[in-house]
Design a protein around this ligand. Structure first.
Ligand code: WT7
Length: 657
């Protein structure tokens, strides 16, 4: 553990939490899982447990071996073949569910439509034909940079249908970030839209693609969905850019699903690590689909013919990949896709969507919940939320106050809450309550999912039975990352080098006397801002990239709404002045380099940064300054007076929104 967590009184309070909530008799009566036997079943033979879940998918050729484990490299469901889009679409249509709604789409401006499983299949079959006509082949990686519209899952599934992988880049990322990801994956095709809607303003996605392609010569074709139309003009480059609707109109034949190996790459998703370069996390087909489908069913107690499920994340993040696209579709669920933000046109937008579609399951992030708390309950009271029967939380630790508020005001005291811990790398939920089984405690993610083994260990790797330490995963799981794209060494180094054969998560955690797990946030140089991962190093590199900056140190400071806020300590080159305008310029520079999510909340100009004798920047001290704490031991500093100066500057010389 780093001291930053131990010294946080809010986190210490977690272990004092004594409220407990048992599943109600009503909920238990209809729950898919209502006894704890499932944990024992899974422990008896965890490989057979997962194999039985894998058999719930449709395989072309059945697998003949469950797991091949050459640490740290795993293969699941060996020699089996299948197709992810077939499992998400064709098999439901074949089972007579063609008229079931797959998605209700709610556009930010208020337009809405629905698409059935039958219609979704037709669109995917056609777009797969389009991809082939653009030369996309098995094994290619297609870049997707889109708003939250139906063409996004269509594009993803069309890739899977022809054995190509997708690399979805969140629409909030900048053209620079997009270009880096296109180049790393050598994507020849990019799928985008003319723009997306956000708080009534157009996000110029196609303009960003044009900018990105100036440094991504690998791209041969760009497919553009018309989402905005006349309101935002774009330029279409001849023989490179094609309108989605024009290509689709020309399609005459439907493309069927190709048979791929269980270990065929399904997608890459880039996530921030502790260095400036994002990691291309690799997920493959059979194991990933098995675990996302099964966890989606059991954790959310999904009754696919009754529930209306809404995961209010963006598909650009792993939450959306696993719990808007692959999990729900594999289970034949009916889901909501919402394009916009919670406060447009007013702060009751979510509650109006829940009322309109009679949403029964809501999966959201603590940062959203804390924002709603701030806005007050009047917005909720305008709407009928009685359709809700289960609530989920994901992305960051949920503080007990937010948990209780969620339970009382959104769940109307009757909905169980599942606080689900997982990561881009784990692919699927790993630590969570089971809503019909687990007695929950506000703020605890409770126990590992059946078949998963998670342990808290100390610095030496010894198991901690009570108290805090590092979270590790001690057994392979089907949806685990298969590596970092083109960088097996970094994979080994990042996750498997600290402890032998234990996956190092990067989160601190505590275990209480009842065996409940409490996640405490990242212990590495990764920040969690509104449930999104941002690397301190990446922001530092973006700052140092600015011609005025000599040196920068970035830390995440606790923030009541966003979980963490990005604080940047910057030393300017001589002759440069740390004016508020300069601060603004630097914040915008980071936004241009990475994306708005990485924009520092504050820039603190300082003549020097506190360093150890070996030259390492002492982030702990900077975090203490940023969070206004008294400073601990500063004796290892080369120049303790630096800290005093920074404290003064932090109080006086800041820029903020
Ligand atoms: C990091 C992973 C899982 C999809 C969204 C984020 C934090 C995630 C929880 C939770 C406490 C959580 C961890 C983790 N995190 N869920 N329920 N309680 N912390 O995916 O961007 O890969 O980030 O998010 O710190 O390591 P990600």
């Amino acid at each position: 553990m780093t001291d930053s967590h131990d010294s946080n009184p809010a986190i210490e309070n977690y272990l004092l939490e004594e409220r407990k909530f048992e599943p109600s008799t009503d909920f238990k009566a209809n729950a898919l899982v209502s006894t704890a036997n499932i944990y024992e079943d899974a422990e008896t033979d965890y490989l057979e447990f997962w194999a039985s879940k894998a058999r719930e998918l449709d395989w072309v050729k059945p697998f003949d071996k469950v797991l091949e484990w050459n640490p740290p490299f795993a293969k699941w469901f060996l020699n089996g073949t299948l197709n992810a889009s077939y499992n998400c679409l064709d098999r439901h249509v074949a089972a007579g569910l063609k008229d079931r709604v797959a998605y209700y789409f709610e556009g930010e401006p208020g337009d809405s439509k629905s698409i059935t499983y039958g219609e979704l299949l037709t669109e995917v079959e056609k777009f797969a034909t389009v991809l082939k006509s653009l030369g996309v082949k098995r094994g290619d990686i297609v870049a997707i940079y889109m708003p939250m519209i139906l063409e996004l899952p269509i594009a993803m599934l069309a890739c899977a249908r022809i054995g190509a992988a997708h690399s979805v880049v969140f629409g909030g990322f900048s053209s620079n970030a997009l270009s880096d990801r296109i180049n790393d994956a050598e994507s020849k095709v990019v799928i985008t839209a003319d723009g997306g809607n956000r708080r009534g303003v157009v996000i110029p996605l196609k303009d960003n693609v044009d900018e990105a392609l100036k440094s991504s010569p690998v791209v041969e074709s760009v497919v553009v969905v018309k989402r905005i139309g006349d309101k935002h003009q774009i330029t279409m480059e001849k023989n490179r850019d094609y309108w989605y609707h024009e290509l689709m109109d020309k399609v005459t034949d439907a493309t069927g699903p190709v048979e791929v190996d269980s270990e065929n790459l399904l997608y890459l998703l880039y996530t921030s690590g502790t260095t400036a370069k994002p990691k291309g996390i690799m997920h493959t087909t059979g194991g990933y689909l098995t675990q996302v489908a099964y966890t989606h069913k059991i954790v959310f107690d999904l009754h696919p013919n009754e529930d209306i499920y809404w995961c209010a994340a963006d598909i650009g993040w792993v939450t959306g990949h696993s719990y808007i696209v692959y999990g729900p579709l594999a289970n034949g669920a009916t889901s909501i896709i919402y394009e916009g933000t919670p406060d447009f046109p007013d702060k009751d937008r979510w509650w109006s969507i829940i009322e309109k579609y009679k949403v029964s399951i809501l999966y959201a992030a603590p940062t959203a919940i804390r924002t709603f708390m701030k806005w007050g309950t009047d917005y909720l009271k305008r709407h009928d939320l009685s359709s809700l029967r289960l609530l989920g939380s994901v992305g960051e630790p949920i503080n007990p106050e937010a948990w209780m508020w969620y339970r009382e005001n959104v769940g109307l005291e009757k909905c169980p809450i599942v606080d689900t811990w997982w990561q881009t790398e784990t692919g699927a939920i790993m630590i969570t309550p089971l809503p019909g089984v687990t007695t929950t405690k506000p703020g605890s993610a409770t126990f590992p999912f059946p078949g998963i083994r998670a342990e808290i260990v100390d610095e030496q790797g010894q198991k901690v039975e009570l108290g805090g330490g590092y979270l590790t995963l001690n057994r392979p799981w089907p949806s685990m990352l298969r590596g970092i794209y083109k960088d097996p060494e970094r994979y080994q180094q990042t996750y498997w080098s600290k402890y032998n054969e234990k996956y190092f998560v990067g989160d601190g955690a505590k275990i209480d006397e009842d065996g409940y797990l409490w996640l405490l946030g990242r212990i590495d140089d990764v920040m969690n801002v509104s449930g999104h991962r941002v690397s301190t190093t990446e922001v530092e590199s973006a700052l140092v990239d600015h011609p005025s900056v000599a040196e920068a140190a970035v830390v995440g400071a606790n923030d009541a709404t966003t979980g963490q806020a990005i604080m940047a300590f910057v030393t300017l080159k001589s002759g440069e002045l740390g004016t508020p305008e300069k601060g603004e310029e630097l914040r915008n520079h980071v936004s241009t380099k990475i994306g708005a999510i990485a924009k520092p909340k504050m820039i603190i100009f300082t003549d020097d940064l506190p360093k150890t004798r070996s030259g390492k920047i002492m982030r702990r001290l900077l975090r203490d300054v940023a969070e206004g704490r008294n400073l601990g031991d500063t004796t290892t500093l080369t120049d303790p007076s630096v800290v005093e100066e920074i404290k003064r500057k932090a109080a006086a010389n800041v820029t903020e929104d």
